[in-house]
Design a protein around this ligand. Structure first.
Ligand SMILES: Nc1ncnc2c1ncn2[C@@H]1O[C@H](COP(=O)(O)OP(=O)(O)OP(=O)(O)O)[C@@H](O)[C@H]1O
Length: 274
């Protein structure tokens, strides 16, 4: 079953939210949310705290599920990836909520880096980057180490391969976490506040690595950040969120220099004054 949204350009979106609802108890976080991300785009979500940005990433990581609703037309909506249902699966010609097995299979194309680097503290840097390659992707140790070597070079940490994470700065740990996510060859990289836990002087290194990743790969990135410098430097489209809805979107230069909506103007004024 193909996604119902067709693009006049004929391009197939990589990620598509089709009228997605998400509630936590009585709190409606996403309300019939529509949006799409094309292959190779680097999209940043900005907006006030609690507006639903992280929830979107968590839905894509399948850490959360779409909330079914009684609306007969949308029933809570569907997330598609590569034009195929992602939050749901097809059964008897109908879309039904996906099983755990289906979700596990589908999310293997998605990598995520979190605010807290979450490296395995008892494993050296190299093994942090090879572990999932060997145990999840089934690669040989030699193959995984060769790939880890390339990626550690990309993030500028070849000389730290034999260190434990505790001996690295926060910025270096985050760069290892980026290498670890990329090692699984994801099509989509989700970045959740990846510079927020870092001292200001370390942020630039992580941003430089992400710019390199953007330039040297065709990976699609979806980022949540409170740092407008990040949105400006790394992304090619910014979505301004409020109350689970997209208020405004556009190229970073347009959103930052000429925001059209009052809510975007107020939000940017507040964050830039911090
Ligand atoms: N597991 C949960 N249970 C209950 N409420 C939740 C849960 N996860 C998120 N929420 C609520 O949903 C709303 C949206 O949260 P979300 O983390 O997506 O916002 P956000 O825009 O990423 O915010 P921030 O910028 O502060 O990270 C918030 O009000 C939050 O408290």
């Amino acid at each position: 079953m193909q996604s119902p949204i067709t693009d006049p350009s004929g391009a197939e979106p990589l990620i598509e939210f089709d009228r997605v609802d998400k509630s936590f108890g009585d709190l409606k976080v996403l309300d019939k949310l529509n949006f799409r991300v094309d292959p190779g785009e680097r999209v940043t979500l900005i907006g006030p705290s609690g507006s639903g940005k992280t929830t979107i990433l968590r839905l894509l990581m399948t850490l959360e599920k779409v909330t079914p609703t009684a609306d007969p037309e949308t029933e809570g909506g569907v997330i598609y990836v590569e034009g195929k249902p992602y939050s749901h699966m097809e059964k008897g010609g109908k879309l039904v909520p996906a099983s755990e097995r289906w979700l596990r299979q589908r999310r293997s194309r998605v990598g995520m880096v979190f605010q807290q680097f979450n490296l395995f503290p008892n494993m050296k840097v190299l093994r942090n980057v090879t572990e999932a390659q060997v145990h999840v992707a089934g690669r040989s140790k030699a193959e995984a180490e060769a790939k880890a070597g390339e990626l550690l070079e990309l993030v500028g940490l070849s000389e730290k391969a034999d260190e434990y994470p505790a001996r690295l700065s926060g910025g270096q740990q985050q760069r290892v976490a980026i290498a670890r996510a990329l090692a699984m060859d994801p099509d989509i990289l989700l970045l959740d506040e990846v510079t927020s836990a870092l001292d200001p002087e370390l942020v630039a290194d992580v941003l430089a690595v992400l710019r390199d990743v953007a330039e040297t790969t065709s990976i699609t990135m979806l980022c949540v950040t409170h740092e407008m410098g990040f949105a400006r430097d790394v992304s090619n489209r910014v979505l301004m969120f409020d109350n689970g809805q997209i208020v405004e979107q556009g190229a970073p230069e347009a959103i930052f220099s000429e925001p059209q909506e009052a809510r975007t103007q107020d939000f940017l004024r507040a964050v830039l004054a911090e």
